[in-house]
Write a protein that binds this ligand. Sequence first.
Ligand code: ATP
Length: 304
Amino acid sequence: MLSVVPTPLTVRAPAKVNLHLGVGDVRPDGFHELVTVFQALSLHDDVTLTPSDALSLHVTGDGARDVPTDPTNLAARAVVALAERYDRDPNMRIDIAKGIPVAGGMAGGSADAAAALLGAATLWGLDIGRDELDEVAATLGSDVPFSLHGHTALGTGRGERLIPALARGEFHWTLALARDGLSTPAVYHELDRLREAGDPPRAGSPDALLAAVASGDPHRLAPLLVNDLQAAALSLQPGLRRTLRAGMEAGALAGIVSGSGPTCAFLCASADDAVDVGTELAGAGVCRTVRVASGPVPGATVVP
Ligand code: ATP
């Protein structure tokens, strides 16, 4: 029986938070060596692909004005990279509905790239496995393979080498979205500068954190959350200290800058607590807006 791929085709891809982000030294290729534990959250972008006579991009939703609609957009780069590798016609209309904050440290662009890769491979009926898709994903960005896979995973290298991690139950998060974004390269440069000036503490092994994730106990996980980029993000946006403090005062178990920031992620004891923390944060005027989310969730998925 012939399976017919519906067009337009929509793929949903999740945001991520780094539960553990250990940043090592700069490698000869300019990237930092990372040891990180990602978790995919129920905050997502939807990417819709429609075959067309030209490649075009249309972006709606939160922060859409700050997303490029030219060939530098990661979703467009994903379609072009896959088309070149498998000799296909990249012409299609790409519609991105943003739910993930732009330049927020939650891998929004990577989510769009992962969604576009899976969508284009499905539309073209490519007979390729996840390994091949992962290979293309890693050429587009360090977080793109994780956006394809989702759930909880240990990432090494630039973050692109993944080992799935066991996670029990559901963790509840409140996210405080900032008014202005932070550029990921600028945050890494700031960390390098701080490390030249002194010797800020570095995250150790993620083993205890991985055990806490497997236990499903947020109280056990909370004190183990760690992010080596946090000091650099706070140095560039000192106001985030107030946001982190406000979340703790509102009853979160722990607060952490997400990835390169400036989104602050608060781990909460329950879904109800996450809503309460969000309500207090919204009223405290310490962020642009708040979202509640849970994790882990799957990676890029075709929407039926
Ligand atoms: P990460 O957490 O992976 O470091 P981020 O979440 O901080 O990334 P993104 O939302 O991915 O940041 O955006 C970073 C920059 O990438 C944006 O400022 C934008 O100029 C560019 N960009 C390219 N394609 C996209 C896309 N599809 N969505 C969002 N930003 C994109």
